[in-house]
Write a protein that binds this ligand. Structure first.
Ligand code: ZN
Length: 367
């Protein structure tokens, strides 16, 4: 089954597992690395095997998150494996800090368990030095079963430590935020974790810089790209909580546009209708006999006009929409809009229609 460039490969414990198509490129990269290193077809196969093992460990990590979330009563849509890692998509974000803590920890804990298990097995077979990690992660060691074992051990150790960095968007950032939120509150937890994340970003830059200058056993410069990602993760989470704080304090009733116009389902789609929608802020209710039966948006009307088909409002109106009450918060309205992928919602109390609240109305109140 195809979905967002992904292909469904399995269903594990009721959770769908999709693999992104660009994954084929990573397989090819593994084959090329193995071939370049060992100079044989078996070397290429070895490289592919190594890539598959890596993504197997990423999958187990994501299953850790997914199964823990499900055990806590949250629905898990699917797990998508991307070339940059995995993604477990939850239906909603956990509403208890303790739950967020457990869900965020569950992924890295899987890698820690695997690393301990494989490390002990490998050590019992033949003792190894912890300083030998580049040999196994960079395919410098001979092509053997032992190399694969130690490679998988190091992959899990690396997945554990990199994911547990106390910085957004890593699991460690969510663990840190949840732990601090239990001690203080969500906002303070987020702010402190964001600052910790910025320190981590600076630390990465210093570490990579030092490695480059000293030239000895230098950390891979590729790691430097993690620094801006971590910095951006901190900004993103801070903006998110700042917006949330602003929006939970404002009611829909204070920003919505009162109803002055509406359309009927049988009205033709014309440039004049588009102009009316523009004046109304982009969205108008579709009303029949005093009841709101749909929402007409300027984007949908203009798209229909461009396709030059004779159509009416009934063809383009959205009929699946939630309504918000005037006393509900803008945060609730924003959540509903994102769930239903709408740019505006009708404001109603019982059967009484008040008007429309749009994404633009909400944006104006957080800027
Ligand atoms: Zn994770």
């Amino acid at each position: 089954m195809w979905r967002n460039g992904g292909i469904r490969v399995a269903r594990i414990g009721g959770i769908a597992v999709d693999i992104h198509l660009s994954f084929a490129l990573v397989i090819a990269w593994g084959a090329w690395q193995g071939w370049a290193r060992y100079g044989s077809v078996e070397g290429a196969a070895f490289g592919i095997l190594a890539v598959l093992l890596l993504f197997g460990c990423v999958l187990l990590h994501e299953l850790g998150h997914g199964l823990q979330a499900r055990a806590l009563g949250l629905a898990v849509h699917r797990i998508t494996l991307l070339p940059i890692g995995g993604l477990a998509e939850l239906e909603s974000s956990p509403s208890y800090y303790r739950h967020e803590l457990f869900i965020a920890l569950a992924g890295p804990v899987v890698n820690l368990g695997l690393a301990l298990l494989l490390g002990v097995i490998a050590y019992l077979i033949q003792p190894f030095s912890l300083a030998s990690w580049p040999d196994y992660l960079l395919f410098l060691a001979p092509q053997s079963g032992r190399t694969l074992l130690l490679y998988t051990f190091w992959v899990n150790a690396l997945l554990f430590f990199s994911n547990m960095l106390p910085a957004f968007p890593m699991d460690g950032g969510r663990v840190m935020r949840a732990a601090l939120a239990i001690l203080t509150d969500y906002e303070t937890g987020t702010r402190l974790t964001a600052w910790l994340g910025r320190l981590v970003a600076v630390g990465i830059i210093l570490w990579v810089g030092h490695g480059l200058l000293s030239g000895s056993n230098s950390p891979n410069p590729v790691l430097a790209i993690a620094a801006p990602l971590v910095w951006a993760g901190a900004q993103h989470e801070e903006v998110y909580v700042r917006r949330r704080r602003a929006l939970v304090r404002l009611e829909v009733g204070s920003v919505y546009r009162a109803a002055t116009d509406s359309v009927a389902p049988w009205e033709a789609l014309t440039p004049r209708l588009a102009a009316r929608l523009e004046r109304a802020g982009g969205t108008l209710p579709v009303v029949v006999g005093g009841r709101v039966v749909g929402l007409a948006s300027i984007d949908d009307v203009q798209r229909a006009l461009r396709s030059r088909q004779q159509r009416t409002v009934a063809h383009i109106m959205r009929t699946q929409f939630p309504v918000v009450k005037p006393q509900e918060t803008l945060w609730v309205a924003l959540q509903e809009m994102s769930t239903y992928q709408l740019a505006a919602l009708p404001v109603m109390h019982g059967q009484e229609f008040y008007g429309i609240v749009s994404l633009d109305d909400i944006r104006r109140s957080w800027s």
